[in-house]
Design a protein around this ligand. Structure first.
Ligand code: GLY
Ligand code: MN
Ligand code: MN
Length: 460
C-alpha cells in the first residue's frame, strides 16, 4: 500500500480536528475506513475510496481500518500486512509506521476492536462488508441509507459542525484539486477539434487527472446531451453544431474534491442562439458569485439565479411575463430544474451521506416546490465554506413534453420561439467558490468562462 506522505503540520491539523470533536461530544466514536468492493471475483476490486469522515480525522486513505476517538485521543485499529501480500502488493507499512504517520496515540490489531465498542457512536460506511461489520460489532443496525439516531446523530451533527467550514490544510488540498480540475478542462477543450467521440474528450480530461496521480471525484459527464443531467455515456459522435457539456472534477490522494462544468461548442464557435442562452446562464453565474459573502442565505442565491435566468429568457422571448412572477410559479425550473449548487469538500456533494443534515440548517426541510426541491444547500453562508455555483439551461424532453407541464405553463412559454433554440440541449457553468471573511474567492477562476474565451480555448 503506497500511502501519501504526511507532514508535521498535517499531523497537528489532525490532532486539532480530533480535539475540536472532543469539545463537541462527550462519548467515544469509532469511524471505519471501509474496504474495497469486488468487481467480479474477490481479487479484482473496484478502486478503494476511504470513508470521508474517516479521512477527515485520520488523513490517510487506509483500507480495512478504524479509528476510535475519545477526548481528543486517536486509537488506530488496523492489521499488519500478511506475509504473502508482499508478493502481490509489495512491502507495506506496518501498523506502527502508519500510526506514526497520522499521529495516533495507540495502534492495535483489528481483532481487538470488539473490546472497545461499548457506548460508542459511529456513522455508516457505504460498502456492505463494512456496514455489516459495524452492525455486528455494535449489535445494532448501522445502515448507510438510514438517518443516524441517538448518539450517532449527535456525532453526525458534531462532524457536520466541523466539516462545514474548511481549515488551512483542507484548503491546501482543495486548491490542488481545483488547479488540476482547471487543467483537465483546458485539455478537454484543446482536444475537441480533433476528437470524434465524447469518449476522446473524456480521455483527455481524465488523462490530466490521472497524470497528477489523482482520481475523478465523481463519474465524469462529457456529453453532447447535456439535457440528461447526470449523463454517464460517452459514445456519441461530436458533430459541428453540438455543444459539449463537461462536468469533471479531480480528487486529491487524500480525498478532497473539485467540481467544475464548462460547456463549449464542438466547432469552436457558438451559434447565435447558443451564445444567447450561454450568456443568460453566465449572467446568473456571475450575479450569484458577486453576492456571496458571509451571512447571505444560499437559498436566496438560488432564487437570484432563477430570477436572472427568467429575466434573460423573457428578453429572448422564450418566457413571457414578469420575471419575479415567473419565478414564483416555478417557470424558470422548466429550463433550470436543479439547485444552484451544494457544499464541496471531501465529497463532491459534501456530507450527503447524512442526507440533508449538512445541507439544511436545523429546523429547515426540503420544499416540494418544482423550483426548489433539488436545492441541496439551505443555510446562511459562513467564511470557510466551499460551495459550487452551477446554473444551467436544459431542454429536458421529460419536462417540456409532459402534458400537465405544458398545460400549466401554456401561456408563459412562447413554444414557437423556443423551437428556434433547438441547438441548445444543455448548458451548465459551474465553479467552486470559497466564502471568505469579506466576500468570496473562486478557486477555479483560472478557467475562463466567457463565451469568447471558451471559443479561444477550443480553437487554439
Ligand atoms: N458533478 C455533480 C454536480 O455538479 O453536482
Ligand atoms: Mn456540482
Ligand atoms: Mn459538477
Amino acid at each position: 500500500m503506497l500511502i501519501p506522505q504526511t507532514s508535521t503540520s498535517l499531523i497537528e491539523t489532525l490532532r486539532l480536528r480530533r480535539q475540536q470533536l472532543a469539545n463537541l461530544i462527550n462519548f467515544p466514536a469509532i469511524l471505519w475506513s471501509g474496504s474495497n468492493s469486488s468487481r467480479n471475483f474477490p481479487a479484482n476490486a473496484f478502486p478503494f475510496r476511504a470513508s470521508s469522515h474517516f479521512l477527515y480525522f485520520a488523513g490517510l486513505p487506509l483500507s480495512k481500518a478504524a479509528i476510535r476517538l475519545e477526548a481528543g485521543k486517536l486509537e488506530l485499529f488496523i492489521d499488519d500486512p500478511s506475509p504473502s501480500s508482499a508478493l502481490w502488493h509489495g512491502e507495506m507499512p506496518t501498523r506502527e509506521e502508519i500510526a506514526q504517520k497520522i499521529g495516533a496515540d495507540v495502534a492495535r490489531p483489528m481483532a481487538e476492536l470488539e473490546s472497545w465498542v461499548e457506548d460508542v457512536a459511529t456513522l455508516a460506511v457505504q460498502d456492505a462488508a463494512t456496514w455489516t461489520q459495524q452492525s455486528q460489532l455494535l449489535n445494532r443496525w448501522v445502515l448507510p441509507q438510514s438517518p443516524p439516531q441517538g448518539i450517532d446523530l449527535e456525532l453526525a451533527k458534531a462532524i457536520v459542525t466541523l466539516r462545514l467550514t474548511h481549515d488551512q490544510a483542507a484548503l491546501t488540498q482543495l486548491r490542488k484539486a481545483a488547479a488540476v480540475t482547471v487543467e483537465a478542462h483546458k485539455a478537454g477543450m484543446a482536444a475537441t477539434p480533433k476528437a470524434k467521440l465524447e469518449a476522446e474528450v473524456r480521455a483527455a480530461m481524465e488523462g490530466v487527472i490521472i497524470a497528477h496521480n489523482m482520481t475523478t471525484s465523481y463519474n465524469s459527464i462529457v456529453t453532447v446531451h447535456g439535457e440528461v443531467l447526470h449523463n454517464e455515456e460517452y459514445h456519441h459522435p461530436l458533430q459541428s453544431g453540438d455543444l459539449l457539456l463537461s462536468d469533471v472534477g479531480a480528487e486529491t490522494q487524500t480525498g478532497w474534491a473539485g467540481d467544475v462544468t464548462r460547456t463549449w461548442p464542438v466547432s469552436g464557435k457558438f451559434s447565435s442562439t447558443q451564445r444567447d442562452i450561454y450568456n443568460v446562464v453566465l449572467a446568473a453565474h456571475d450575479a450569484c458569485i458577486a453576492k456571496i459573502h458571509p451571512g447571505i442565505e444560499y437559498g436566496d442565491i438560488h432564487l437570484l439565479a432563477a430570477t436572472v435566468i427568467a429575466e434573460g429568457l423573457v428578453e429572448l422571448g422564450i418566457l413571457q411575463g414578469n420575471p419575479q412572477d415567473l419565478v414564483e410559479m416555478d417557470a424558470h425550473a422548466l429550463f433550470f430544474p436543479h439547485g444552484i449548487g451544494h457544499l464541496l469538500g471531501l465529497d463532491v456533494h459534501d456530507m450527503e451521506d447524512l442526507g440533508d443534515l449538512a445541507g439544511y440548517e436545523e429546523g429547515r426541510e426540503r420544499s416540494d416546490r418544482f423550483g426548489l426541491s433539488y436545492l441541496r444547500l439551505n443555510r446562511p453562508l459562513r467564511a470557510g465554506m466551499l460551495v459550487t455555483i452551477e446554473p444551467g439551461f436544459y431542454q429536458v424532453p421529460a419536462i417540456l413534453n409532459d402534458a400537465n407541464v405544458r398545460s400549466k405553463y401554456q401561456n408563459v412559454v412562447n413554444w414557437q420561439r423556443l423551437s428556434e433554440f433547438a441547438d441548445v440541449r444543455g448548458i451548465r457553468i459551474e465553479d467552486d467558490v470559497l466564502v471568505t471573511e469579506i466576500g468570496s474567492e473562486v478557486l477555479t477562476a483560472a478557467l475562463p468562462n466567457s463565451s469568447s474565451a471558451v471559443e479561444d480555448l477550443v480553437s487554439c
